[in-house]
Design a protein around this ligand. Structure first.
Ligand code: TYD
Length: 139
């Protein structure tokens, strides 16, 4: 069963240059899946939270392109908070974890890559349902 141990920070290449630094990510390489979707979250008002849900199948990779925020992952038993604050690493979140994004700094920009196109049926948006699925072993 997927646990919070399966959510990992992945370092990205960082090409330092006096002209400005460059980082990159490729599918099936630094990002450990084929990318089917990307979206970004920005202009988050102070104190707001985003992304309180789990995915049944979608895997994702989250980068703080600008600013900082926390991603809280939860496997129904344990929780872990990852602070993302640099554009040269990202957080891989496998399917089957509850995750929430909080503590957005001013002007933060969260870039997310997903392994599936947007599919409302893939989302678990009720925490009680997530816990039930986790505890009966079907997620
Ligand atoms: P939602 O999943 O509720 O955001 P959060 O990550 O904070 O839980 O998405 C907000 C709205 O945006 C919702 O109406 C669905 C829409 N949406 C898309 O159409 N495509 C996407 O890829 C995403 C992530 C959201």
């Amino acid at each position: 069963m997927i646990s919070i141990q399966d959510a990992t920070i992945i370092e990205l290449p960082k090409i330092l240059d006096a002209r400005g630094n460059l980082s990159f990510a490729e599918q099936n390489n630094q990002i450990p899946f084929e990318i089917k979707r990307t979206y970004w979250i920005y202009d988050v008002p102070g104190g707001e939270a985003r992304g309180g849900h789990a995915y049944r199948k979608n895997e994702e990779f989250i980068i703080a392109l600008s600013g900082a925020f926390d991603v809280i992952v939860d496997d129904g038993t344990n929780k872990k908070t990852f602070t993302l604050s640099r554009s040269y690493y990202g957080l891989y979140v496998p399917a089957g974890l509850w995750r929430e994004m909080v503590n957005f700094s001013t002007n933060s920009l969260a870039l997310e890559f997903g392994s599936m196109p947007y599919a409302p049926a893939d989302y678990i948006r009720e925490y009680d349902e997530f816990i039930k699925l986790k505890h009966n072993g079907s997620l």
